[in-house]
Design a binder for this molecule. Structure first.
Ligand SMILES: NC(=O)c1ccc[n+]([C@@H]2O[C@H](COP(=O)([O-])OP(=O)(O)OC[C@H]3O[C@@H](n4cnc5c(N)ncnc54)[C@H](O)[C@@H]3O)[C@@H](O)[C@H]2O)c1
Length: 265
């Protein structure tokens, strides 16, 4: 059964879901699944053409054009205008998925441009997620909502990408702290940590085909028990579970690994 015809397991009818990085890969799969489950999604991402094409897909699923905003989460004022636009379009926020992420070929002790990568990688992978949690807390408190952050197995197990791995390890801890503090407002906060997933993320390191296929183009694929890359939809299913109060209402502060067994090696 294709992802566009799969029967939804969870019900998000009337719920508003803001997903960063929903113009591609895991975030776009989340947007499709939330929309199939009745949710009103916000489509946002850096590349305008990708945003336009996911908006068209969602409109096909729901019959309604979703609110969207292309742009750079690192740009001053973008997060504020994203939230303002979401509230103007939908009136509330029930679920925040901090999923946008970036990797860099220069994130290496062997690169002369190493430390220049810090602000961009940490800025997107950690700071923007923290800022969105902070800026959405009243809206999420009002709906007794949920946060799901996309971390990575790289936050648990080192790769030769020190800044990326550090950003994801910090995001896991920040999510647990958010669970602790925002839990007082009735907000649950959890992480998913994917292993190798077939998405276009390799374009950021000049290898656009690196991870596009199930059969993999990266050494991590061989370290999975299932001997394949995961599909974006296989991460999205877990995101929906963690976002759904009926399914996971007593789950908060966890880091849910979705890695085909990679962490078992
Ligand atoms: N693909 C994997 O193997 C894998 C594994 C573990 C974790 N992850 C994480 O999953 C998340 C999604 O990655 P993906 O694999 O779907 O990659 P992707 O490249 O398909 O998607 C990345 C998304 O982030 C957005 N983005 C990038 N820079 C941005 C910026 N400056 N401002 C706003 N948006 C920006 C892109 O527009 C895109 O929508 C990331 O956080 C990534 O670190 C991916």
């Amino acid at each position: 059964m294709s992802s566009s015809t799969a029967k939804p397991v969870f019900d998000f009818t009337g719920k508003v879901i803001l997903i960063t990085g929903s113009s591609s890969g895991i975030g776009a799969a989340c947007a499709r699944k939330f929309a199939q489950a009745g949710g009103k999604v916000v489509i946002t991402g850096y590349e305008t053409d990708d945003v336009i094409s996911v908006v068209a897909e969602i409109e096909q699923i729901t019959g309604v054009k979703p609110f969207s905003k292309a742009g750079n989460l690192l740009e001053e004022g973008f997060i504020e205008s994203l939230i303002e636009g979401t509230i103007k379009a939908y009136g509330q926020i029930d679920v925040l998925v901090n999923n946008a992420g970036w990797i860099s070929a220069e994130d290496s002790f062997e690169s002369e441009a190493f430390i220049e990568q810090y602000d961009k990688i940490m800025g997107l992978n950690l700071r923007s997620a923290l800022k969105l949690m902070y800026a959405c807390k009243e809206h999420l408190g009002a709906t007794k909502g949920a946060i799901v952050n996309t971390a990575s197995v790289c936050g648990l197990n080192p790769l030769e990408k020190p800044i990326y791995c550090a950003s994801k390890a910090a995001l896991i801890m920040a999510t647990q702290c958010a669970a602790l503090q925002l839990g007082k407002l009735g907000i649950r906060a959890n992480c998913v940590s994917p292993g190798p997933i077939a998405t276009p993320i390799g374009r950021y390191v000049g290898q656009p085909e690196m991870m596009l296929f199930d059969d993999g183009r990266c050494p991590e694929t061989e370290l999975t028990i299932l001997k394949r890359n995961g599909r974006p939809e296989e991460v999205a299913s877990v995101v929906l579970f963690l976002a759904c109060n009926e399914a996971s209402g007593y789950v908060t502060g966890v880091n849910y690994v979705v890695d085909g067994g990679y962490m078992c090696h």
